[in-house]
Design a protein around this ligand. Structure first.
Ligand code: BTN
Length: 267
């Protein structure tokens, strides 16, 4: 067996044993691993429906057959080359918006992968992480009420070594790549950061937003948003403490975007 094959084998074994992670256990996070699942976000929701849950639970899958993205899109989730996971957190009523949770998750992904990317990743508001202009990660944060308890389900999909993307995303999707990229290690780093940031959010600590802004791919750039006949353009001027994007329109008016999608303009 070649050195490369040995590394791949070891990486797979570590990933399939992520339930035994001491780093995650040290934060009281329970881990559920599946070789194959429809969607880790859907699984987190089903779990919460099944009965009251008072501890954080991480759902991790080797492959998703119906990975979900924002705005009804799918998330390509082939086996072995990506990291697909959802952190289910029991939360208080005064917790952050899903935009705030998405922003925390974006910063957690940057921190958890900077050792591999050299800090070159950027955040495309609100939920995409780009490397060299290509999307290497998507985030789907949802919040819901089940059996009288509020939960956040923060789903993160990272293209770790995926190379062969379907035609419709071939031009826009990318991967971290490299032999050092280890899914179990990336998972632990991202989830520990995310958990700590979410605990901070419960105390209204949004100081990570400075980091978010410093790594924004859109601030100061021309963006368009809206749909159909109602498309508008302006400059992405700022991101507020809740993660909302403030856009200065060409007529000088300011709009605040809390959700939806923007397109970066090149002119
Ligand atoms: C997006 O790109 O719009 C968000 C993609 C989020 C994908 C992750 S993969 C793990 C979790 N389970 C899902 O079904 N979706 C999220």
């Amino acid at each position: 067996m070649s050195f490369f094959e040995l590394c791949v084998k070891r990486e797979r074994r570590r990933f399939e044993n992520i339930c035994e992670s001491e780093k995650l256990a040290s934060r009281g996070i329970l881990v559920a691993y599946a070789d194959e699942i429809d969607s880790t976000n859907a699984e987190a929701r089903r779990f919460a429906m099944g009965g009251r849950c008072d501890v954080p639970v991480l759902f991790v899958a080797k492959k998703q057959t119906a990975g979900r993205g924002r705005l009804g899109r799918s998330f390509y989730s082939p086996a072995d080359t990506g990291l697909y996971m959802t952190l289910l957190l029991p939360i208080g009523d005064l917790f952050s918006s899903t935009v705030g949770l998405t922003s925390a998750a974006a910063v957690a992904v940057l921190r958890g992968t900077d050792h591999l990317t050299g800090g070159r990743t950027q955040i495309k508001w609100v939920n995409d992480i780009l490397l060299g202009g290509k999307k290497i990660c998507g985030i789907l944060a949802e919040s819901f009420l089940e059996n009288g308890r509020s939960y956040a389900a923060i789903g993160i999909g990272v293209n770790v070594r995926t190379e062969d993307f379907p035609e419709d995303i071939r031009q826009t999707a990318g991967s971290i790549g490299g032999i050092r990229a280890d899914r179990a290690d990336i998972c632990e780093r991202i989830v520990c950061e995310l958990y700590d940031l979410c605990m901070g959010l419960e105390r209204a600590d949004r100081s990570f937003m400075e980091e978010y802004k410093a790594r924004s791919a859109v601030l100061g750039k021309r963006v368009s948003f809206g749909s159909g006949e109602d498309m508008r353009e302006g400059i992405a001027a700022d991101i507020d403490g809740d993660g909302a994007l403030l856009v200065t329109l060409d007529d000088g008016n300011r709009v605040t975007l809390n959700s939806g999608e923007i397109t970066l303009r090149l002119k």
